[in-house]
Design a protein around this ligand. Structure first.
Ligand code: NAD
Length: 269
């Protein structure tokens, strides 16, 4: 490959690499341990080991369901049809998922002061459930509902999820899940906070994201522009791997975080 030496080729799939994976893992552990402001950025891949499939790809949800159910105009005009699918995916199915070791280790790293925040594109609430406190939910959350008429926000715990879409008990307006549907703006302050964190980061860890979703995919690039060292964890090469990541760790998020956590603990001895 043109311009490729042993070190610059760390985005290659494992079998094409010349340096053993252990060396990359040790380097990543060292970077995280010595960071002043490490930030984790997650996509659907981190929750795959919790049983939640991504939207895209071979086993993606959009192979089974029509994404139009998450279009705002479709939801308004075909509320019942849309709600049946939303309830099935995001409440019956997502609702049963539990945090996996990757979510748990990220939460423990925040408590230990190793990372400052988590920016997530996910709407499954699993970072908070695992104990992360500084979570920036760039696409909102399924953990609450918002009234489309008066803007009132109610926690999902206080909503009776039934066969029909919930309505606001104050104004009677239709309520929608508090994550963004297609065509909606990124919620504030999460949108601004995500880019501020990216600017402050000296180490930025991308986990399980294709890099195809805009503007979320601009966040790691903002970190890179501001000098952050970018570590990427993914089972496959993504849109970040060759142009944004400094170190690509190919593997499942749960396994990789467990190895990194052990290495960081060994290095602390
Ligand atoms: P995405 O950009 O979130 O991509 C998923 C990525 O995860 C892929 O690159 C894939 O290779 C990687 N991956 C799969 N299994 C993995 C594992 N075990 N460990 C590490 N990486 C793994 O793409 P999408 O699924 O199309 O999502 C689009 C948007 O919808 C994103 O904003 C996403 O966060 C959101 N979404 C959220 C959830 C959730 O809340 N859990 C689920 C689906 C989609």
């Amino acid at each position: 490959m043109r311009g490729c030496n042993q070190l610059s080729c760390n985005f290659l799939p494992l079998h094409e690499r010349k340096i053993p994976m252990d060396r990359y893992l040790e380097k990543a552990a060292n970077k995280i341990k010595n960071a002043q402001h490490a930030v984790v950025y997650t996509g659907a891949g981190i929750s795959v080991e919790s049983g939640i499939p991504p939207f895209r790809g071979e086993n993606g949800l959009w192979n089974k369901y029509d994404p139009e159910v998450l279009e705002l105009s479709y939801f308004r005009q075909n509320t019942q049809k849309s709600w049946e699918v939303i309830k099935q995916i995001f409440y019956d199915f997502f609702g049963r998922a539990k945090p996996n070791p990757a979510h748990e280790i990220i939460a423990s790293w925040e408590k230990a002061g190793l990372i400052k925040s988590v920016i997530t594109q996910n709407i499954d609430n699993l970072h908070s459930e695992a104990g992360s406190e500084n979570v920036i939910e760039f696409h909102g959350t399924s953990g609450s509902f918002v009234c489309m008429k008066c803007g009132r926000i109610i926690s999902t715990e206080n909503i009776a999820i039934s066969g029909s879409a919930p309505v606001c008990d104050k104004c009677g307006g239709l309520m929608k899940p508090n994550f963004i549907f297609f065509g909606e703006q990124i919620p504030e302050p999460a949108g601004s906070q995500a880019f501020e964190e990216a600017k402050k980061a000296d180490v930025f860890i991308i986990v399980g994201s294709t890099g195809e979703v805009i503007p979320a995919s601009w966040i790691p690039r903002e970190a890179k522009r501001n000098g952050a060292y970018i570590i990427e964890i993914n089972t496959q090469i993504s849109g970040f791997t060759s142009n944004t990541s400094d170190l690509f760790l190919q593997g499942k998020a749960g396994d990789t975080f467990q190895i990194l956590d052990n290495l960081i603990k060994q290095q602390s001895l």
